[in-house]
Design a protein around this ligand. Structure first.
Ligand code: FES
Length: 293
């Protein structure tokens, strides 16, 4: 079985579910208020912030491993290890915030990822202590062990992103199935006022659900699958969130600005793909903008 096959087995196993749910609730209780969670998700950036933050510890620790191999440069390696230890804290917080809003398969692998990262962090802290006490040899053994564990844990994190679509935009994935043609969404008067309605966009071989909101003569249409985890936006609501009219997902409460689809409240960090609208003889026509075709 391949390494990734083993990770899929872990994602399918319910062995540790009894500890995962209390941990998830504890993370959600600690990471408050919502504005703090959104900061950690990357909602303000329009992109998940965890993969950005992990660059610092990963880069610092990898560089420290190289510098430790050259005796005159070992003091610089110690500085980089300390930098990585400090930078791992915000990276861990953002990862925990994202993890607490994922499906169970991702949470199972995420728990393994967190255990690996915690072990790596402990090894690096031990390395710093050993170096401070003049035991450089032990410090290097501990930091190289930390690098090995952190690398393995990074592979688990990569599997969560690339194989389990954690952090990916599910809206963009759904948009790729759509054709580039104008789609007839029906008469304007058939759309309910001020709440989302389900319409269907034609794809190459499948129909793509759309969430369409009418406010007077104005219509906003979005890909129907929420960018966070594909929640059905047509079952959501239109609400004012942080001063803007938003389409709110019924699953985890992400709010997308009706003007441009940008997330105004998480856990979504990616925007919601929005369609262009034109009116034609009282009927609403929609199509994806150029970047999605
Ligand atoms: S699916 Fe999670 S907020 Fe929409």
């Amino acid at each position: 079985m391949s390494l990734m096959g083993i990770l899929d087995r872990v994602a399918d196993s319910a062995t540790f579910d009894k500890t995962i749910e209390p941990a998830r609730r504890a993370v959600q209780a600690v990471l408050r208020p919502q504005a703090f969670k959104d900061l950690l998700h990357g909602t303000w950036l329009g992109h998940p912030v965890h993969p950005v933050l992990v660059q610092v510890p990963v880069g610092s620790w990898t560089s420290a491993g190289l510098l430790d191999a050259i005796p005159p440069l070992r003091p610089a390696a110690t500085v980089l290890i300390g930098t990585g230890v400090a930078a791992s804290i915000p990276a861990a917080l953002s990862g925990a915030a994202d993890w607490s809003e994922q499906g169970i398969g991702v949470q199972r692998l995420g728990a393994l990822h967190a255990v690996g990262n915690t072990l790596a962090l402990g090894l690096y802290v031990g390395s710093l202590v050993a170096r401070a006490r003049g035991r450089g040899g032990l410090g290097r053994v501990l930091s190289y062990a930390g690098l090995g564990v952190a690398t393995g844990s990074a592979a688990v994190g990569g599997h969560m992103s690339y194989a389990q679509s954690s952090g990916a935009s599910h809206s963009a994935t759904a948009a790729r199935a759509m054709s580039s043609d104008w789609i007839d969404l029906g008469p304007l008067d058939d759309l309910p006022e001020g709440r989302p309605a389900l319409r269907t966009g034609s794809g190459g071989s499948v129909d793509v659900p759309l969430a369409v909101v009418r406010r007077g003569a104005r219509v906003d249409a979005f890909i129907g699958a929420c960018s966070h985890l594909s929640g059905p936006l047509h079952e959501g609501a239109v609400e004012q969130v942080r001063g803007t009219d938003c389409l709110v997902c019924p699953w985890h409460g992400s709010a997308f600005d009706l003007e441009d689809g940008q997330p105004r409240r998480g856990p979504a960090a990616n925007p919601q793909d929005k369609l262009e609208i034109r009116m034609q003889a009282g009927r609403v026509m929609a199509r994806l903008p150029g970047r999605d075709r």
